[in-house]
Design a protein around this ligand. Structure first.
Ligand code: SAH
Length: 366
């Protein structure tokens, strides 16, 4: 991680958090990150549109419409696996600008009877992005609704899509100290600037000693709230069949190392550079997510790489059709799809994991 202390700015949120640390003597890193993302007046997600060309980072659905279309067709096949029930819930976690869902619904409308069966729920914590999604999806489906968090979906099985949701789902870190694993924290140095620290609370994390025997002092582990996510999925399922797809950057095995990152205006910066103005995330530990899902009683398919997954679902064939129908845009379509599946690149940096109720067959693409 590059770190230019001279680049650090006293944003309004930086001033607010420094004041809080002076008052309370340090804060957990998880709380620091949560404030950077979600502080009501200054958090990046709470106050601005971080996604797409003018925002901070670009995501797969914003790169090519084929991404959402292929996921829509995946959902259509899953609904057939579920026995084409008369009522199916299609939910998306963290829908961003609504592009993925718009593309998915358009592709799904080619499947007879499916549109009528669907009930679409967009789960989005940012009021600003909810407004964006409402604009993008106006008229896209007669049965659209929004929710701020996980909620039980009634009336039928659920199919859940989530792209780049895990990496911002409450990122947190632990650090190995001489007396065991502790939560990472943030304090102020002598010059009054943010610095990483270690939580001095009594809570140690002995389970990490068992998982990483012999890890040197100073080792860092990044995590998200996998158990809360698994609980959230269980509450969405509400006892009905559920199939969920998570796509994100991260690794298949639990790895030690610094993966906390801040990104603003499409450039990486240190997480302390401009609190509240950058997107902060960690690489997703898919092994940890899979364990949490199994603990909660789900079956897990994958992870596989995004390139493999989209390849198996026929993204190249779909892109070719689109290119033939739009010869003037053929070059642009080809470049965009190549970016999604390219290796090294998004094709192998991004992984895909499928979660399902264990009595369902393995999900397509795995
Ligand atoms: N899926 C979109 C956006 C990815 S950015 C895309 O691929 O373009 C992450 C999204 O998750 C944003 O919409 C953000 O507001 C939302 N989000 C993050 N944490 C959330 C939470 N705890 N509950 C609901 N939405 C959340």
């Amino acid at each position: 991680m590059t770190y230019d202390p001279a680049a650090r700015r006293d944003t309004p949120l930086a001033l607010k958090l420094k004041e809080r640390i002076r008052r309370e003597g340090g804060m957990l890193l998880a709380d620091f990150i949560a404030a950077c993302l979600w502080d009501e007046s200054h958090g990046a997600y709470a106050t601005k549109d971080v996604i797409g060309k003018p925002g901070d980072f670009i995501t797969a659905p914003e790169i090519s419409q084929v991404f959402g279309e292929v996921l829509g067709l995946w959902a259509a096949v899953v609904s057939q696996q579920m026995g084409s029930p008369p009522r199916v819930n299609l939910a998306e976690l963290g829908p961003g600008r609504g592009t993925l869902m718009a593309d998915a619904l358009r592709a799904m409308s080619s499947v007879k009877g499916l549109k009528e069966a669907l009930r679409v729920t967009l789960i989005e914590a940012s009021p600003l992005l909810r407004t964006k999604q409402q604009a993008t999806l106006a008229g896209a489906h007669p049965n659209l609704s929004w929710a701020e968090g996980f909620l039980p979906l009634d009336g039928g099985p659920a199919i859940v899509l989530a792209n780049e949701f895990l990496d911002v789902f409450a990122p947190d870190q632990s650090i190995k100290t001489a007396d065991g694993w502790r939560w990472r924290a943030v304090s102020l140095d002598e010059a009054g600037q943010f610095q990483f620290a270690v939580s001095t609370g009594t809570r140690l994390r002995p389970e990490l000693d068992a998982q990483f025997p012999g890890a040197p002092v100073g080792s860092i582990l990044s995590h998200i709230r996998s158990d809360a996510l698994a609980e959230g999925l269980a509450s969405i399922a509400n006892g009905q069949p559920l199939a969920a797809l998570f796509i994100d950057y991260g690794h298949t095995q639990s790895l030690l190392g610094e993966t906390l990152q801040a990104i603003r205006g499409h450039a990486f910066e240190h997480p302390f550079t401009s609190p509240g103005e950058a997107d902060i995330s960690v690489q997703v530990d898919f092994a940890d997510v899979a364990h949490a899902m199994r603990r909660a009683g789900f079956a897990v398919d994958g992870p596989v790489t995004q390139g493999e997954f989209l390849g198996r679902l026929g993204i190249v064939e779909r892109a070719s059709k689109l290119m033939s129908a739009n010869p003037a845009r053929a070059g642009e379509i080809e470049t965009a799809v190549a970016r999604l599946i390219g290796v090294p690149g998004m094709g192998d940096r991004f992984k895909v994991i499928g979660i399902r109720r264990p009595d369902m067959p393995p999900l397509p693409g795995f």
